[in-house]
Design a protein. Structure first.
Length: 320
């Protein structure tokens, strides 16, 4: 059990926040009026009061919110809790999605206080249920989720140039997060083989997602090079997934045979090419998502016997 010691908001990312005493938390969005709110996995930042006090003992003078935290929490060593921890506070439900973050050494916070403990001490969460949190409210751990981390990559010249709205990428996030998956990054790149390869390598090797879903660039156009870029970064082939999607899509439209999409493995990351059409993306994911659990668990080392039955990871296991 812990307590909320500050509720902080800022209008600009990379800057300190101000303690406003209370705030409205919007489901799948974040704090109302805060710069970090949005459809992503780092909607709310949390920092342990104990970590801030230890920093102050070094002689630093900092105020609540100076490290960019939304919630200053007393009673938990947040960084030692597992990703997937679910908190409840005054009816608001938060799911912890990330521990720490990449440090921007020249951000306004670092310049102001000479250091920033958020990258190593802070954690991030998304809002599962909205409401209002006040300073002094009790915060409890009520359960834990286990999700597969997903990177979504839209490949489109026009979307990369801002000439066409990316509809498929947001749709992928919406569909996969109804299941046991969490999108930790969504980005857009042009139909450029080098750009696609670099994005896939970064998501696999640095972000270390479990699954990458690409959308677009799998047809016959001379600019459609997503399969070639995917094969270039692959360490092992996993053709059955792409073949199964093609076969299923063929029952809907014979043009499915024209898809050149591939599916491969890089390290412990599974990469699957999806079509660019939102309708085809929905059809593909409805078919493939429920069948990936066992393969991802084997890839992550959580199942060692491929003949054993794969387990479905539940969204939320309540402890009380």
């Amino acid at each position: 059990m812990g307590y909320i010691r500050a509720v902080c908001i800022s209008e600009k990312k990379g800057t300190g926040k101000k303690n406003v005493g209370e705030a409205v938390f919007i489901e799948d969005e974040g704090l109302k009026g805060d710069a970090h709110a949005g459809k992503w996995h780092r909607q709310v930042s949390l920092l342990s009061k104990e970590a801030v006090e230890a920093f102050k003992e070094r002689g630093a003078k900092v105020e609540d919110g100076d490290f960019g935290e939304n919630l200053l929490v007393e009673g938990f060593d947040l960084k030692k809790l597992p990703v997937g921890t679910v908190f409840s506070c005054n009816g608001v439900v938060l799911e912890m999605t990330q521990i720490g973050k990449e440090c921007h050494s020249h951000c306004a916070i670092h310049e102001a206080v000479g250091d920033c403990i958020m990258p190593r001490e802070g954690v991030f969460a998304k809002v599962l249920k909205g409401g209002t949190i006040h300073v002094g409210d009790e915060i409890r751990i009520i359960g834990e989720t286990r999700r597969y981390r997903v990177g979504v990559l839209t490949v489109s010249d026009r979307s990369a140039r801002g000439e066409r709205e990316d509809l498929a990428g947001p749709l992928i996030r919406e569909l996969v997060e109804k299941d046991s998956y969490l999108v930790v990054e969504r980005s857009v790149v042009p139909d450029d083989r080098k750009a696609i390869e670099e994005a896939l390598i970064r998501l696999s090797d640095r972000v270390k997602v479990d699954l990458i879903l690409t959308t677009g660039g799998t047809g016959f156009s001379v600019r459609d090079v997503t399969p070639e870029a995917t094969m270039a970064v692959a360490e092992r082939n996993a053709p059955g997934i792409a073949e199964a999607i093609r076969a299923y899509s063929g029952t809907i439209t014979p043009r499915a045979m024209l898809s050149r999409a591939v599916s491969v493995i890089r390290g412990r990351t599974l990469i699957i090419n999806l079509p660019g059409s939102p309708k085809a993306v929905r059809e593909s994911l409805d078919f493939v998502l429920p069948n990936l659990y066992h393969g991802l668990d084997v890839l992550k080392g959580q199942v060692t016997d491929c003949s054993s039955e794969g387990k479905k990871i539940h969204h939320l296991h309540h402890t009380n």
